[in-house]
Design a protein. Structure first.
Length: 94
C-alpha cells in the first residue's frame, strides 16, 4: 500500500479534490467538533510552535494561533489559498 501511495501522481486527484472543496465548509462540521474536543483539552497550554496538517480553510489554525509563537499550516493549494485569505482578513499573522 505504501508503494502505491508513493507512485500516485498527486495532480491526478486535483480535479476531483477541487470539486469536493467547494462544499467542504458545509460538511466539515465533524472535523470542527473533533478539533473543539481536542482544543478543550489543551487550551491552557502554550507551545513554541504548532504544525497544523490538513488545515482546510484555517478554522483550527485561527484558533491555535493564540497558543503558539509560530503556527505552520499545511494544505493543498486550493484550501491553502482560501485559508491564507481568511487568516489575513482576521489579522492572524503568526
Amino acid at each position: 500500500m505504501i508503494n502505491n501511495l508513493k507512485s500516485k501522481n498527486k495532480y491526478s486527484q486535483t480535479p476531483r479534490f477541487n470539486t469536493a472543496a467547494s462544499t467542504y465548509n458545509h460538511f466539515s462540521s465533524m472535523q470542527q467538533l473533533v478539533f473543539n474536543q481536542l482544543f478543550n483539552r489543551i487550551q491552557h497550554c502554550s507551545f513554541q510552535s504548532i504544525l497544523d496538517i490538513g488545515c482546510g480553510f484555517g478554522y483550527s489554525t485561527a484558533i491555535i494561533s493564540k497558543m503558539a509563537e509560530l503556527v505552520i499550516a499545511l494544505e493543498d493549494d486550493f484550501f491553502f489559498n482560501r485559508a491564507q485569505k481568511i487568516l489575513s482578513e482576521t489579522a492572524i499573522d503568526n
